[in-house]
Design a protein around this ligand. Sequence first.
Ligand code: NAP
Ligand code: GLV
Ligand code: GLV
Length: 323
Amino acid sequence: MDVFVSREIPEPGLKKLRKRYEVQVSKKPRNLTKEELVENVAGKDALLCLLTDTIDRDVIKAGDELKVISNYAVGYDNIDVKAATERNIAVTNTPGVLTEATAELAVSLMLSAARNVVEGDKFVREDRFEGWDPTLMLGHELHEKTLGIIGMGNIGRKVAQICKGFEMDILYHSRTRKEKVEEKIGAEYTDIESLLSKADFVSLHVPLTDETEKMIGPKELEMMKEDAYLINTARGGVVDEEVLIDFLEEEKIAGAGIDVYADEPSNANPGYYDLNNVVLTPHLGSATHRAREGMATMAADNLIDVLEGRRPDHIVNPEVLDN
Ligand code: NAP
Ligand code: GLV
Ligand code: GLV
């Protein structure tokens, strides 16, 4: 069997694949172009790809022998799952192993934005610190504030759990109500309007889909409190970025912590760069040694399971297994 891996991933995953198959790994230190993807998937039995690879209908069609597309990510908005399903190709992802890493990043964005951590760092490096000052860079505490989680899945739940440690009140909105989570964490289910109007911190944890695209637009931002913060570690496209930038510029909300951008895979949004009330990270949610190794192993296991005729632990389109 022939496997194509679109970029170097941690060795434990590659090792598993090399033990069983002919494995070709792209050595390019960048994302592949569409043409390169098309060329490399032809004749391969399996593709292990990244969230930065756009696996559209054309790439899938070029993969005439593909049985599985194993995404090295939990989000799979980069893959045309419908096109894959039509061709009976299994699509798999890597949930769970990156939950803690991503949740911790979301919380660190909350803390950094609300306590001027990045602004403060810059201030000191610019040699402007002249001693403790009673009114310097006053921010907000997380303690006993209200957190609004949108998308109460693995990561949303973990963020809520961590924030209980700050004695925050937890509101959430999700596609389906989760009574067990409400009991366990002490979270309250609300509609999105009431969440946005009550929360001091709004943290987004939905996947990017047709339904969630720009779900945070002008109407939603208008509902947020003036001293509230928006945290996005989900996908850039979930927010109307241009409107958010206007709101931050006009200080209609207190600030934001942003890890993901609408123009990915290649760009962030320069509109953010001059704003002091936003903390930016370069899509680092799962960027821990543990999470990335776990993702590599899981992506390899998913791929191997499909090629060996077993049901993988994490499949996005299980209907292909029943055919
Ligand atoms: P998950 O467990 O599947 O959670 C997603 C949650 O969103 C589910 O609870 C889901 O549905 C809910 N949801 C889906 N559509 C919705 C809608 N239209 N309205 C309201 N809620 C909706 O996934 P996860 O592991 O927590 O990951 C969430 C997302 O985070 C991923 O899809 C990915 O895009 C992003 N992510 C980013 C990073 C990063 O590096 N920044 C890292 C990992 C993941 P139910 O309410 O029906 O359960
Ligand atoms: C990261 O963004 C992921 O979806 O795994
Ligand atoms: C601050 O450093 C304090 O001691 O209150």
